[in-house]
Design a protein around this ligand. Structure first.
Ligand SMILES: [Zn+2]
Length: 507
């Protein structure tokens, strides 16, 4: 990953990767934990965000916050939040498109850099250029998956790729796949998205073998199964929808998956019922004990966090890396921080990145059960954790189901219910307008492929009742299809990501 030609620079820069310090961090005694986060945050604000990120500097000025006085995240309580709209507005404005990119002036570097690096800077020449390039010149990008808006570009410098590699290595360790004997099958689609690259870099950093397949669109489901069988894959990393489809197909074809010991799921929420369905399919394919872990990440953080594998019915929550980024949980209405273990919206401040940086970024994700600093009851690590029960505000859709008012519906909640129902093999939700008339009421149709042996009439009634009770929205219809038809609707092998929710309403 890193160029051979400047090893001295890396020695000077100090490689981010340090397995020993990660192990120490994960077992830090309770009394010391918060301090581990406060010092890097204070330094990052003082030496990075304030002097070198124009958007952040403006926010500090407007809020009247002296960056030298920031000691912890509480000191940023008056700093305005950053939203996706801010990022997009800056990106499309030629004058402001670098507002979120860290670009230090030489004077700032001379003031804050350690002696060895300062010396290189003063002496100039090739070493100084390499040092600056490694730290601050973007050489990679990922994008937000913008369905309704323009994608937002996030840049990485070589330093940031090291941070991504380090965070992914920690995830590998949490999921117990950080071992050269592991053969990790990366089923994430080839895309400029975080999930694929985090998995790939995790392998580079830990030495575990990673086999990228590109998912169903590139090799087809059968192609993936053949490869997993031939490579004797020990771990599968993919989106919940595709991994379940793959395992179900494996069971139908009698594929030998006895070597699979771990499944890591990303890019979407993982309902516990779906973990159980996956385990059933894996056991039918000859697998013994299999650990399944969910992960959570987003483009703006340029990293992901994961559960330790506790069991299909238990979620220990996502283990955070307090030295690389800071999470706050706020009341989405008032914007005020809420206490430990309280529901609220996640707000993120990266404290280790260069390239594109965000400070107090509102994720739009509501976390049920909030954040805790209690040690994990399953693995004993003392890292802070956020509950894995997340509701994505950004995926909420307003439905006009009556003439009078629109109802906000969390579609991911509908998805969880359908994924968990034992009688439902595959599903899709279609939103449309009655009679295709833009002034008419919204229609919500659920399409399903029933599981073998399911009583279709009872299943349709159960779907209607469960959705009505959980979301107060009853579908206008539940249509039944064959599995091949549903896979076609979903684009399981033709789309980058399967089409779970189709919105046919005019914009
Ligand atoms: Zn744990």
């Amino acid at each position: 990953m890193l160029p051979e030609r400047c090893p001295r620079v890396f020695a000077e820069v100090g490689r981010v990767r340090s397995p020993d310090s990660w192990q120490r961090l994960a077992r830090t005694p309770a009394a010391e934990r918060r301090r581990l986060q406060a010092a890097p945050l204070a330094r990052y604000v003082r030496e990075g965000l304030d002097p070198s990120a124009p958007h952040c500097r403006r926010l500090f000025d407007e809020a009247g916050i002296d960056p030298r006085r920031v000691r912890g995240i509480e000191d940023l309580a008056d700093l305005p939040f950053t939203t996706k709209a801010d990022l997009l507005a800056a990106q499309v404005d030629p004058q402001r498109k670098l507002d979120f990119v860290l670009r230090p002036e030489p004077a700032t570097l001379k003031r804050h850099w350690p002696f060895a690096r300062k010396l290189a800077l003063v002496l100039g020449g090739r070493r100084a250029r390499e040092l600056l390039r490694f730290q601050y010149t973007p050489n990679f990008v990922t994008f937000t998956t913008g369905r309704s808006s323009e994608p937002v570009v996030f840049t990485y410098t070589p330093h940031d790729l090291e941070v991504l590699g380090e965070s992914a290595a920690r995830l590998f360790d949490l999921c117990d796949v950080a071992d050269p004997a592991e053969r990790v099958i990366n089923l994430m689609p080839f895309a400029p998205h975080l999930a694929f690259w985090a998995t790939t870099l995790g392998g580079f950093t830990t030495g575990s073998m990673v086999v990228p397949t590109g998912g169903g669109k590139v090799m087809g489901t059968i192609g993936n199964l053949r490869l997993i069988e031939r490579m004797k894959g020990t771990a599968l990393v993919g989106t919940p929808g595709f991994v379940y489809h793959l395992l179900r197909t494996g069971r139908e074809r009698g594929t030998d998956l006895s070597h699979v010991r771990t499944v890591v799921l990303g890019a979407e929420k993982v309902p516990p019922g779906l973990k159980r369905k996956m385990l059933d399919a894996l056991h039918a394919c000859g697998a013994g004990e299999v650990r399944i872990a969910g992960t959570y990440g987003f483009t703006e953080a340029r990293m992901a966090w994961g559960e330790c594998p506790a069991g299909p019915d238990e979620s220990p929550g996502y283990h955070l890396f307090p030295d690389l980024g800071v999470f706050e949980v706020i009341d989405p209405e008032s914007g005020k921080a809420v206490g430990e273990g309280t529901d609220g919206e996640l707000v993120y401040t990266g404290i280790s990145g260069h390239g594109t940086v965000v400070c107090r970024y509102r994720t739009g994700d509501l976390v049920v059960g909030g954040l805790t600093w209690d040690p994990c009851p399953w693995c004993g690590r003392t890292l802070p954790r956020i509950s894995s029960e997340l509701r994505r505000v950004s995926e909420r859709h307003a439905l006009s189901l009556t003439k009078i008012k629109g109802t906000l519906v969390d579609l991911s909640h509908i998805g969880t219910i359908l994924s968990e129902m034992p009688g439902v093999e595959e599903w899709q939700v279609v939103l449309s307008k009655k009679n295709d008339d833009p002034h008419e009421l919204d229609q919500l149709e659920v399409r399903i492929a029933p599981a073998k042996g399911a009583q279709v009439a009872a299943l349709k009634k159960a779907i209607w009742t469960e959705l009505q009770q959980a979301t107060e929205v009853a579908p206008n219809g539940v249509s039944v299809h064959t599995l091949p038809e549903m896979l076609e609707f979903l684009g399981m092998e033709t789309q980058m990501k399967e089409q779970r929710f189709v919105d046919l309403r005019p914009k």
